[in-house]
Design a protein around this ligand. Structure first.
Ligand code: ADP
Ligand code: MG
Length: 339
């Protein structure tokens, strides 16, 4: 290694935002044994860790700038889903070798997103090993306003933000399971490799939504987490979903020729990093206003109902609440690393 560990950190991971006096939430950045964080008065820390492993979460030859972006984005997405505001993060990085152009690009993608959201890189660990990026992110929020998974109530509406399925469609194309026109592939890869964490939405949902979660494993899998934690069931209105802006543009085109694959992408896609939330019916006007303010679609795709002893926790229904039959070939299992 031409460059030592400490030179590498100094050169690429010394974040201007973490220098003394720059960020109100950071008393001390990296360089000591610990960083010192200071949440705003009356707020608590929200903490989350996500790891990206080469060959498992990304192709080893992925553009390093995109990888830096995504590694932080998936962590910020967890803060968004809790309604938290980002403060800082720590980066644990294993690199097979020190490839300076690679590290420079990686750091550029990482720190551009960090700057965009005022999230300071305050520490980490760097070692040699198979490529692995692990980030722990720290945010803050008033504890009573946290958007918890266990807070969904029967009678709530069910919403998703933005559009779903494009990232999964990119993956299907990159694995050679589906051919996409060039422009569609570019759009879908953008969603797969450069997800935008919905932080403004998450904070806007404070006091409006009951429960929220970010969609990393797929709509049905992540909805299942909310239902189990809250002890409720849901009716997902599939025709409402299909008619809504929650269907990504290229997934909509796909639905015309290959409906089963389109439904797989929508219902079990994974890597969407949109927010799913539940909110009381009385919050509909406020949510419409919030969506307009943020320029982000909020699609109402179903409702929370009381749990019953029998039957699945999430039923797929049509507008008249009759069971919705999926076409054959839809693959519904959410992504589980050990399944
Ligand atoms: P220690 O031996 O106390 O764990 P290290 O030698 O691992 O400390 O790291 C020295 C300093 O550099 C620490 O303040 C640590 O937070 C910081 N650091 C290490 N790796 C990174 C990184 N990838 N990004 C930012 N800071 C880092
Ligand atoms: Mg260390």
């Amino acid at each position: 290694m031409a460059l030592g560990e400490f030179d590498l950190i100094r050169r690429y991971f010394q974040h201007p935002l973490a220098q003394p006096g720059v960020h109100a939430g950071v008393r001390l950045g990296n360089g000591d044994d610990c960083a010192l964080l200071q949440p705003s008065p009356g707020q608590v820390l929200a903490v989350s860790t996500d790891m990206l492993v080469a060959g498992r979460h990304f192709f080893p030859d992925v553009a390093p700038r995109a990888l830096g972006h995504k590694a932080l984005a998936v962590n910020l997405s967890d803060l968004a889903a809790m309604g938290a505001r980002p403060l800082a993060f720590a980066l644990a990085l294993a690199l097979p070798q020190i490839d300076e152009p690679w590290v420079q690009e990686f750091a550029a993608g990482l720190l551009a997103l960090a700057d965009a959201h005022g999230c300071a890189l305050v520490g980490g660990d760097t070692c040699a090993g198979p490529l692995n990026v692990c980030i722990t992110v720290f945010g803050e929020l008033p504890p009573a306003l946290a958007l918890r998974r266990d807070a969904a109530l029967a009678g709530d509406d069910l919403y998703v933000s933005g559009s779903l399925g494009q990232a999964r469609l990119a993956l299907e194309a990159l694995r050679g399971r589906w051919r996409l026109p060039e422009a569609a592939l570019v759009r879908c890869r953008q969603r797969l490799e450069r997800p935008e964490p919905r932080l403004a939405l998450g904070q806007g949902l404070r006091g409006l939504a009951h429960a929220a979660i970010d969609l990393s494993d797929g709509l049905l899998a992540d909805l299942g987490h909310v239902l189990r934690a809250s002890g409720v069931a849901a009716q997902l209105d599939v025709p409402a979903l299909l008619a809504s802006p929650a269907v990504g543009p290229d997934v909509r085109a796909l639905a015309l020729v290959q409906p089963a694959l389109a439904l797989t992408c929508l219902l079990a896609g994974g890597d969407d990093y949109e927010l799913l939330c539940t909110a009381p019916v009385a919050a509909r006007p406020a949510l419409e206003r919030l969506g307009r303010e943020l320029g982000l679609e909020l699609s109402r795709i179903g409702r929370i109902v009381a749990a019953s002893d029998a039957g699945p926790q999430c039923s797929l229904v049509d507008a008249r609440l009759q069971p919705y039959a999926l076409p054959p070939g839809v693959e519904l299992q959410g992504f589980d690393h050990f399944a």
